[in-house]
Design a protein around this ligand. Structure first.
Ligand code: NAP
Length: 292
């Protein structure tokens, strides 16, 4: 069994990005600039945004963080989005989700200029991904593909079962696995909460991508020998032994599943660090597009 080390892979990619940024600066271009909008004080969102700011620093990017209280109106938030759309110093930006309930998330996503939508959530980028056109790819799916590529895991003709059909993970990763060429060319099945005989379907998979949000959902009896297992799940479960009071748990029952696998991602340290890396790669791409 090979453990897929997302943390190390992400560190390698960030070094590659930083080297490219220094080349850009030496050629007189300005540093890529990623901005983030954070509304409220949700613990998970604070952590994610802090890691994004740290990753910007490691990659040599400019970063800015716009904070708003959770009583911000939708109109005020849309105005902040519009300001970033029109700010020539900003290459790309994200609006950290979830947003407070009184704000229509989809309206905010659609207000972001697709050319600055480095999260890849705007319908234009989602559509481009779906038909294989260049555009910003949703960060977690792009990170999973990069892990498969860097570990030379064969996908062509393989049966990939994705568990979960969310717009940010399940559906886009299934599309990418389906694309022709390179990492792709897989036969893809998507399972969800209404799927019948789910364990039987998952047992047929050469590659399992679990994006369910239920700790330990994938058990050893669902995994065939020699499969590759990508665990996207990151559920906070209470843990009194940790300073934070919780630990992150994946969707896969790691201890029983790992011995059966050819490759498996741990949680934490698997897909998570790659998500932030993909965001950095998208921002680099945005900066190149604005410089050309
Ligand atoms: P989501 O929007 O809640 O989607 C979960 C999917 O799982 C849904 O499609 C749901 O089916 C399906 N599901 C739920 N219970 C099921 C069951 N009993 N049997 C079969 N399918 C079931 O979640 P998400 O945003 O895709 O995220 C999934 C997990 O990945 C979460 O733990 C999240 O925290 C994590 N995540 C991690 C990263 C990272 O960077 N590591 C990034 C994004 C998400 P229905 O559609 O039928 O409801």
């Amino acid at each position: 069994m090979t453990l897929i080390d997302g943390k190390q892979t992400a560190a390698d990619i960030k070094k590659e990005i930083a080297a490219e940024v220094e080349k850009m600066v030496a050629q007189g271009m300005r540093r890529p600039h990623l901005a983030a909008i954070l509304v409220g004080h949700d613990g998970g969102s604070e952590t994610y945004v802090a890691s994004k700011v740290k990753a910007c620093h490691e990659c040599g990017f400019e970063s800015s963080l716009l904070r708003f209280e959770d009583n911000i109106t939708e109109a005020e938030l849309l105005k902040a989005v519009d300001d970033l759309n029109n700010n020539p110093e900003v290459d790309g930006f994200i609006v950290q989700l979830p947003l407070p309930r009184h704000i229509d998330e989809q309206r905010v996503i659609e207000a972001v200029d697709p050319a600055k939508d480095v999260d890849g959530f705007h319908p234009i980028n989602v559509g481009k991904l779906s038909i294989g056109l260049p555009g910003f790819r949703s960060a977690t799916p792009a990170g999973i593909i990069e892990l498969l590529r860097r570990y030379h895991i064969p996908t062509r003709g393989k049966h990939c079962v994705v568990i979960g059909r969310s717009n940010i993970v399940g559906k886009p990763v299934a599309q990418l696995m389906l694309h022709k060429g390179d990492v792709g060319d897989a036969t893809v099945t998507i399972c969800h909460s209404a799927s019948e005989n789910l364990p039987e379907i998952v047992r047929q998979a050469d590659i399992i991508i679990a994006a369910v949000g239920r700790p330990g959902f994938v058990t050893a009896d669902m995994v065939k020998d020699g499969a590759t297992v990508i665990d996207v799940g990151t559920t906070r479960v209470p843990d009194a032994t940790r300073k934070s009071g919780f630990r992150l748990s994946g969707d896969v029952d790691f201890d029983s599943v790992a011995p059966k696998c050819a490759y498996i991602t741990p949680v934490p340290g698997g897909v998570g660090p790659m998500t932030i890396c993909s965001l950095m790669l998208n921002t680099l791409q945005a900066a190149h597009q604005r410089n050309t």
